[in-house]
Structures are given as structure tokens and as C-alpha cells.
Design a protein around this ligand. Sequence first.
Ligand code: NAD
Ligand code: UGA
Length: 468
Amino acid sequence: PPVQVSKICCIGAGYVGGPTCAVIAFKCPHISVTIVDLNQARIDAWNSSDFKLPIYEPGLVDVVKHARGRNLFFSTDVDKAIQEADLIFVSVNTPTKKSGVGAGFAADLNYVELATRRIAAVAHSSKIVVEKSTVPCRTAESMRTILEANSRPGCRFDILSNPEFLAEGTAIEDLLAPDRVLIGSLQTPDGLNACESLANVYANWVPKERVLTVGLWSSELSKLAANAMLAQRISSINALSAICEATGANIDEVAHAIGFDSRIGPKFLRASVGFGGSCFQKDILNLVYLSESLHLPQVAAYWRQVVEMNEYQKSRFSKTVVDTLFNTITGKHIAVLGFAFKADTGDTRESPAISLVRDFLSERAYVTIYDPQVEEAQIWLDLSEACPLVPLETIKKQVTIASSALDACKNMEAVVIATEWKEFREINWDSVYKNMNKPAFVFDGRMLVDADALRAIGFKVKVIGRGE
Ligand code: NAD
Ligand code: UGA
């Protein structure tokens, strides 16, 4: 029969493991949930008395306040949490490999493998092991081989795939009312029992018809497929935005018109300066690598183009800024509003703002950055990584970090909107205009401003996807 899960361990206290398992604890007071990580600072922040959590996510603090100390625990004692749990989520990072075979494309599975080996090494009893991390198709098979080859007698391991579909900025909403929960298992009696054990955990708050159960490989591939299709929609709308700018069509109107077709649907059609975030690019490259390994070069080329279009969109936007500022920005002052990869998160991984600032710096412009959530230290780290040949002191001579949008725009020639923070919709553009050098330019990479109102003030305005 399926195991009645009473203790859960989650390995990895990051953007996924933290919120996901905090919500499980919140919704299942009868289950004890321990989230573990090797990173002491991260665990300390999760445990901090003033709830200064390591990630910013609307609603997360309330969930953690409710459950922490009751049935939700954060710890660096990985072994103990593994030993006590009936069910273990593996929610570690799976970044793109930087070197070796598949560098630049394949997922680095080292962290998944180390966590798996740890489970095998310390477990005294049988466990359900759940892949939460996004992994290439058939990773569960490697995990099973490692677990079976290293387990103690009497220990059984059942592997499930349970990919996570939350988006940052809306993680808590997404977790409380998911479109679907996907569970993949082997279609054997043991596999199906394990699947039911996990489905019963979600049944505490997710309607039954939203819990989809499929085979292991379909589950793994569905996660890559969902991200690839979402990113493809953005690259498609961004490709059309270039046509709009060249023809005088308006991408907002085009998106609205095509989104009315119920087969296309209105969501996720916002043209932008390019998509960012830790996963879209990584997961598509992963799919490209998978396709190539399976000797499907046409399939690989098809998906690769989604990432290439995104690179093009980012560089096209930088070029518009340079072209419009009379073909040179050397020595000019540019405010960049927003550094996070999207609103309502402090996360900057693959943020298009990083590419923009890098491009502006290589043209020797001066840049002032403001973001309401991103820590200053993170900005310096990202810029150092983006400009590996430039010493940080040199970067710091060209870049200033401001503490408000208004401050950032003072004495600038141009303002670039890189993230769609709500507060940027409420900027007092009259005061911004007074304090800027003239002619004053606004480049809106997020379709956020009322271009006509700004032009009436005196600004020269360029909005992504809109011809003059
Ligand atoms: P993250 O880097 O924020 O968190 C991963 C954590 O795992 C880190 O804190 C790291 O210290 C810890 N870790 C690594 N190896 C460990 C080990 N052996 N033992 C204990 N802890 C270990 O990453 P994330 O954004 O949470 O992503 C995790 C996975 O979820 C990735 O595969 C990602 O593709 C996937 N995913 C992410 C999102 C998202 O929105 N960020 C959404 C869906 C899926
Ligand atoms: C995305 C997916 O939406 C999640 O379902 C998935 O779980 C997650 O990746 C993951 O696997 O990591 P996330 O990256 O957090 O979530 O955020 P999104 O809302 O998808 O935004 C990604 C990027 O696309 C952002 O830079 C955003 O600004 C951009 N975007 C999004 C657009 O440019 N236009 C849109 O219409 C939507």
C-alpha cells in the first residue's frame, strides 16, 4: 500500500525548495517538513528572528511565520533530515555546465548526484526520492542506479519526478492554487504506490483533477517542454516587436488581437527587452543538448533559435539606445530602472538588465542603476561576472547605484526601463524631466509608460514594439 507520509526532507533551500516545502508545511500541519542546505548563511536567513528571508517573494514571510517551529524547520544537518524522512525532495540547482562535455548547453547534474549519493550513504530505511529540480529526460534512471548500487540491505528507494512550475514573484499564489501538479513514476505497482503517497500530500489542498500522474520520462520532459513553449511565445512576440518598430504597427495591439483567438490565448504575450530568469535559457539549452545527443539536429536548431532571438532582442534594444542618442553614448549618463529579471523578485539571474548595462559600459557610458529589491552587492557581482576583463574598481567608476528612481534619473541624458516594477508606473515624470539633461530620452523596454503623456512633457520616447 502507499506509504502515509509524515516526515518530509527537502534538500536545497533555494527559490524552489524554500517556498514549495514551506507551503507544504503550511497546508499539512500533520507532516513535519525539514528543509536542509549546505549553505549556512542561507539557512540562518531562513531561521532569522526578524524574518529577513534569503529570497524575496510576496506572501512568503506570512507562510513561514505560520509554520516555522511548528512543523517547518530549516537546518544544515542534511544527514539527520534524510534519515528521519519518508519522502525526500531533491531541489538543488542544475545550472548550465560551464566546462567539459556539453559545456554551454548541458545541465550540470553534479549537485543532483551529490545529493543522491548522500541519501544512499546515510539512509537506514526506505525512502521515496522525488526529483524537484529541473533535469534532463531520464535523470531518474541515473538516480535509481546510484541509490540501488549504494543502499544498505532492506532499504528500498522509489524515484518520482515532480517538477515545479511556480514563477518567481507569484510563487506563493502559484503554489497555493497551481494550474496542475505533475507526478511521474514508474508504472510498476511500487512506482504507482509511491506516486499515490505524494499525490496524497498535495490532496491536502490541490483539487484531485489538477494532480496529473504520468510516466517518469514524460514528467521530466514536460518540465523542459513547458519552459521551452513559454519562452518560445516571448521570442515570437519579440520577433514581431521588431517588425512593429519598422512598420509603425503596435505590438500591444497585435498581441491583443491575436490573443483573442482562444487557441492562442492572451497570456504571456508581453513584448519586452528579452526574457531573463534562471531557467528559460538554461532549460532550452538543455533541450537543445538533449536533441543533439539523440541525433535530432533539426529539432535542436529549432529550439536554439528561441534563445538566439532573445539575444537579438537584448542587443537590438541596446543598439536602439545608442542609435537614438546620436550614435554615441560615450561619456553620456544613462539611468537604468530595474535590475531584477522581472518585477516582484530580487533575483537577477540572466536578467536582461545585466546585458544592457554591460553594453552601455562597453560604449563607455556612465550608468546609474535603481532597483527596489536587488541588493547592491548582487549588482556588483553580476556586473563583474558580465565584464570579466574589467576590474571592479573600473566598473565602479562608471556605475552608480541609486536609492530611488527619481535620484537615479537626476542629470541623466536618458532613462531606460528594464524591469516592470509597479512603482515605475507611478513615477512623477514632470519632476524627472526637470532634473534631466536635454534633450531627455526615455527608452521603455517593458511597455510601461504612457508615451504620449511623456512626449507632452517634452521627452523623446521609444517604446519596445512601437513604431513612431
Ligand atoms: P537555488 O540555487 O536557489 O537553490 C538550490 C540550493 O541547493 C542552494 O541553496 C544550494 O546551496 C543547495 N544545494 C546544492 N547542492 C546541495 C547538496 N548536495 N546538499 C544540500 N544543499 C545543496 O536554485 P533554485 O532556483 O531553487 O532551483 C532549483 C531547481 O529548481 C533547479 O533545477 C531549477 O531549474 C528548478 N526550478 C527553478 C525555478 C525558479 O523559479 N527558480 C522554478 C522551477 C524549477
Ligand atoms: C518561469 C515559468 O513561468 C515557470 O512556470 C517555471 O516554473 C520557471 O520559469 C522555472 O522553471 O524556473 P520565471 O522565470 O520565474 O518562471 O518567471 P516568468 O514570469 O516566466 O518570466 C520569465 C521572463 O520572461 C522574465 O524576464 C519576464 O519579464 C519575461 N516575460 C514574461 C516577458 O518578457 N513577456 C511575457 O509576456 C512574460
